[in-house]
Design a binder for this molecule. Structure first.
Ligand code: HEM
Length: 370
């Protein structure tokens, strides 16, 4: 997951983004669930990155083998167990509840075994674990490779997809932001230029402001993952608080990101401008405020967590999200489907480690000259 590995993943992101745009082009003017398509994209990417494997979900237009469904079942069961570990013996008695976890584990085993039999055809995660010159081959067991493959599948398949879906939701909710973003994309990539020129994405201030604002209001991992004070290690202190040994703690990312002490004004409002460096800021109401009255505490912005076990795929996730947003918005206008109530989107969001989300019915229309 370092920079040189990331360079190798860019052609995969490019190929899958083009596939996604092509699939969406074929469904123009139809009502489609854009969240479903983002899910297929995320899963296809991680198939290549982790296992050098083509799941083919975008091409099929759906979860044809039920693989995505299996992983989601496993995540759901894992979320219950991690929050209430004492329930495990009881859950073991109720087979269907544990089935999701078992099926997901088996999927990880099968994918890893198939991949190790096939050998490396690309520089995927398993290549870096076993064959790269810096690999720790002699120390990595098959079980560890399976565990790493599985965590990449779980952590990397639907997280970017959830954020990309939230992004589409915010664009529908705030057409003025979509318009401003279209302007920046058009200025960076005039008709005829390739919106998948990755080297330019990081320098598009409004694009990155909109992505940050999405990650702030609806981070892919809403609740933050747990840390524990090991039994036998004594009590720990976090700031002014004593945390007894054996206690799980986590920082609730969603709440921290909406804390008015860290993000003001309008902490609950989608206002990408807060991420831009300016002397004065125009508020959605039309009023202006001086920069002294805008607080954007970047150290309190932790969608990928912080510390030694933060998100291993952060750089890849940023590449994916910028690419999809640029390519989709370069080509299409996004409209809410007739009859869909946008208020449902945030109501349907559910924290299960990752995010379960509802449908986001939209209509895409090709922009003039694209
Ligand atoms: C927008 C998308 C994503 C978000 C918001 C996100 C967020 C997170 C968060 C909050 C954690 C928990 C870290 C902790 O416990 O402190 C995590 C872990 C992880 N993420 Fe991501 N992630 C995203 C995409 C990805 C992608 C594309 C991959 C690709 C493989 C990935 C791989 C991982 C892995 C392997 C871990 C476990 C790290 C460990 O325990 O050592 N993530 N992610």
């Amino acid at each position: 997951m370092n920079n040189s590995a990331l360079k190798g993943y860019e052609p995969i992101v490019q190929m899958k983004t083009l596939e996604l745009v092509e699939a969406l082009s074929k469904r123009q003017k139809e009502t489609i669930d854009i969240s479903h398509w983002m899910g297929l994209f995320g899963f296809d990417i991680i198939g290549h990155v982790a296992f050098g494997h083509e799941f083919g979900l975008i091409k099929a237009g759906g979860d044809h083998d039920g693989l995505k469904h299996q992983v989601e079942g496993g995540i759901y069961a894992g979320a219950i167990i991690s929050r209430t570990p004492w329930i495990l013996p009881l859950l073991k008695q109720i087979l269907p509840a544990m089935e999701g976890l078992k099926v997901m584990r088996q999927l990880g085993v099968t994918l890893t075994q198939e991949r190790t039999k096939r050998g490396s055809t690309s520089k995927d995660l398993i290549y870096f674990l076993t064959e790269d010159e810096n690999a720790v081959e002699s120390r990595v067991t098959l079980d560890e490779i399976i565990a790493d493959g599985l965590i990449a599948l779980v952590a990397g398949s639907d997280s970017s997809a959830a954020v990309l879906s939230h992004f589409c939701y915010f664009m529908l909710r705030h057409p003025e932001c979509a318009e401003q973003l279209h302007k920046e994309i058009d200025a960076t990539f005039p008709p005829g230029e390739d919106p998948l020129n990755f080297s330019r994405h990081a320098d598009m201030p409004y694009l990155n402001a909109c992505i940050n604002e999405t990650l702030r209001l609806l981070p892919g991992v809403l609740g933050g993952l747990q840390r524990a004070v090991k039994r036998g290690s004594g009590d720990a202190t976090v700031g002014p608080y004593v945390v007894p040994e054996g206690t799980q703690v986590s920082v609730h990312t969603f709440s921290l990101h909406r804390d008015p002490r860290e993000f003001a004004p309008l902490p609950d409002h989608f206002w990408p401008d807060r991420w831009l460096a300016q002397d004065t800021y125009g508020l959605p109401s039309g009023a202006t405020v001086d920069k002294a009255h805008v607080t954007t505490n970047r150290t309190a912005f932790i969608p990928f967590s912080v510390g030694p076990q933060n998100c291993a795929g952060k750089a890849l996730a940023m590449v994916e999200m910028r690419a999809v947003v640029c390519a989709v918005m370069h080509k299409f206008e996004l409209r809410k489907a007739e009859g869909y109530d946008l208020d449902l989107w945030e109501k349907d969001v559910m924290d299960v480690y990752l995010t379960i989300r509802g449908k986001l019915p939209v209509i895409l229309e090709q922009r003039q000259g694209r």
